[in-house]
Design a protein around this ligand. Structure first.
Ligand SMILES: *Cc1c(COP(=O)(O)O)cnc(C)c1O
Length: 432
């Protein structure tokens, strides 16, 4: 499979090159040059296949012969080394829990898949080390650090805004050591993001072989299709079309779901639920794309006002607004609504959600109130313990801390302070 730049369809690269470089030279996101079609018998009998087999069949056409079948099956198996339970929340409404991986956020799947692909592609040129450079507002850093820990030939450098990530998130970034380095920036997430962008454009750093590991990278983006297959497999017997609600920030996850649909997975409807950062819901109302200043909310992993992956969604629908509008509904919710929903879910349904999952649930309920003939699923994207402050203060309960988190909280924080782009550049140039 070849991938073209969304800025210029004439720039085409292999899966390998797209995964290693992250973004095209003209700064366009990569997009597959054709949409594979899955075998209809396979979809009709999906309940007879294991999760590993389903995931392998979904991703294989996007990679072609660039990774041998046996190796790709191994990568898929190692990626999916934890469960994805579907939990009944109320009649016809289910939470697909994506947070049972090592860092307890759904980004584990993409990070684990991407790290193994890069390791496969670079293992034979060990003298050409790759450096993953990533800015994080919280969950990306932890998932990438854990996914790439100990992977030979790859260094990971994470920039995070000092004092602006949760305690758990900070420990997940700063305690692992080995090939992972955390740079603590006195500034905001946007400052970190700006420094990363500058480094990618800096000719003086050409020899450092920098790449990104956010959902712009196809090797992190595409494996997120798996969740939608698992939801469909588990709920197929209900016999009703599926409406899937996705708490959305950079729109990588929902865009992967829509790609799963395009290759043949019969999902009935998609719902993107956002917090106050409502650029896409406003676009769907007005067809005007006007990002505004980012607003800080309780669901901070979705505090994104200019979602990178939205251009991919437009491309999936060939920029036909009518088609997009009939397959996707979008809604935005306030922190007050999110808190009320956390309380309602806990007290009335006995379900402990996190603020991101609560936003997803709100979107699902809103859609189902006008379209009742669906089975509803919302994606629970993080374990509530990652946002313990908002849970404890609003629900008056203590959360049992899972084993993965206890271990990480006992680790020793190690960071390097960086306060300007020059500091970052010096660090990147002077490493051995
Ligand atoms: C990253 C993240 C999201 C948003 O996912 P996108 O793919 O960026 O839309 C939602 N919830 C949690 C917990 C996250 O970490």
């Amino acid at each position: 499979m070849k991938y073209y730049s969304l800025n210029n369809p004439n720039i085409k690269v292999s899966f390998k090159e797209a995964a290693i470089t992250g973004i095209a030279q003209d700064k366009g996101l990569y997009f597959p040059e054709s949409i594979p079609q899955l075998d209809t018998d396979f979809i009709a009998n999906i309940e007879n296949y294991s999760d590993n087999e389903i995931a392998y069949r979904a991703i294989a056409p996007f990679i072609g012969d660039e990774i041998p079948e046996e190796k790709l099956r191994q990568i898929v198996e190692e990626t999916l080394s934890f469960p994805f339970p579907l939990v009944v929340v109320e009649k016809d409404i289910f939470a697909l829990e994506l947070f049972h991986g090592p860092t307890m956020a759904f980004k584990d799947v993409g990070a684990r898949f991407m790290s193994r692909c890069l390791n496969y592609f670079t293992k034979d040129d060990a003298d050409k080390k790759i450096t993953i450079l990533v800015a994080t507002s919280g969950d990306t850093g932890g998932a990438v650090a854990s996914g790439f820990l100990g992977v030979e030939g790859i260094d990971v450098v994470i920039l995070y805004p000092s004092g602006k990530v949760s305690d758990v998130q900070e420990k997940q970034l700063t305690t692992l050591g080995q090939n992972i380095t955390a740079l603590e920036v006195q500034g905001s997430f946007d400052d970190c993001q700006d420094m990363v962008k500058k480094a990618f454009l800096d000719d003086a750093l050409k020899d450092v072989r920098l790449t990104s590991a956010n959902s712009i990278n196809i090797a992190r983006w595409l494996p997120q299709m798996f969740y939608y297959f698992f939801a469909y497999k588990a709920l197929k017997a209900k016999g009703k079309p599926l409406a899937v609600a996705v708490p959305s920030g950079n729109f990588g996850n929902i865009c992967a779901g829509m790609m799963a649909h395009k290759i043949g997975l019969p999902i009935g409807h998609f719902i993107a639920a956002t917090n106050a950062n409502d650029t896409v819901p406003r676009y769907m109302d007005t067809q005007q794309y006007t990002p505004q200043q980012t607003i800080e909310t309780l669901s901070n992993a979705m505090d994104v006002s200019n979602p990178s992956n939205f251009v991919r969604i437009l491309e999936l629908f060939r920029n036909e607004f009518g088609a997009l509008n009939s397959g996707l509904s979008t809604y935005s919710f306030t922190d007050e609504q999110t808190i009320a929903t956390l309380k309602k879910l806990y007290n009335e349904n006995g379900y402990l959600a996190d603020p991101h999952g609560a936003v997803g649930y709100l979107g699902l309920k809103k859609y189902l109130s006008e379209n009742p003939d669906f089975t509803g699923v919302f994606l629970e994207t993080a374990h509530p313990v990652k946002f313990a402050d908002s849970i404890t203060s609003n629900l008056n309960i203590e959360i049992t801390i899972p084993e993965q988190i206890i271990t990480v909280m006992n680790g020793e924080k190690k960071t390097i302070a960086v306060d300007s782009y020059e500091g970052l550049k010096e660090f990147l140039s002077n490493r051995q």
